[in-house]
Design a protein around this ligand. Structure first.
Ligand code: FES
Ligand code: FES
Length: 161
């Protein structure tokens, strides 16, 4: 079947099996390999992308069900250089092997859009579906708080400019 997928603002017509999951279509048909395949069971969050702004496990999400929705991948949020949360992750050491990072970045991107000033608890709750085996999470939490603080400072600076 042919479906239209809107990925990072670009409409793509792709031929897919009715049973295809979004992860495979993104990686294999659209060559967007920033989205990672981990468990394929909805447990690790490595495959997280945003659909209409909400984080989903693309390994379990039907590609056909994503037709005509707004899909965002890590490539989209870094199209103009590293995003604020990506920069903070680098600065705070929230990345070690990096395999979990694209999924975590997508989850945190959604969080920061919905909650400009999250608490450590808010970050922990948001990351409930993302497993990182390397970092112990505390640096990821610090990175999120730093990105939020930077964004608020920038906004305040813009308001006074
Ligand atoms: S690969 Fe999708 S949740 Fe693990
Ligand atoms: S940095 Fe290695 S799994 Fe998170």
């Amino acid at each position: 079947m042919k479906i239209n997928l809107k990925v990072n603002g670009i409409l793509e017509e792709v031929e897919v099996d009715a049973s295809a999951v979004l992860l495979d279509v993104l990686r294999d048909k659209l060559h967007l390999t920033g989205t990672k395949e981990g468990c394929r069971e909805g447990e690790c969050g490595a495959c997280t992308v945003l659909i209409d702004g909400q984080p989903v496990d693309s390994c379990l999400y039907s590609a056909a069900a994503a037709a005509n929705a707004e899909i965002e991948t890590v490539e989209g949020i870094s199209a103009n250089g590293l995003s604020a949360i990506q920069k903070a992750m680098v600065e705070e050491g929230g990345i070690q092997c990096g395999f979990c990072t694209p999924g975590i970045v997508m989850t945190l991107t959604a969080l920061l859009r919905q909650n400009a000033d999250p608490t450590p608890q808010d970050v922990a709750v948001a990351l409930n579906g993302n497993i990182c085996r390397c970092t112990g999470y505390s640096r990821i939490v610090s990175a999120t708080l730093k990105a939020a603080k930077n964004a608020m400072a920038q906004k305040a600076g813009d308001a006074h400019a």
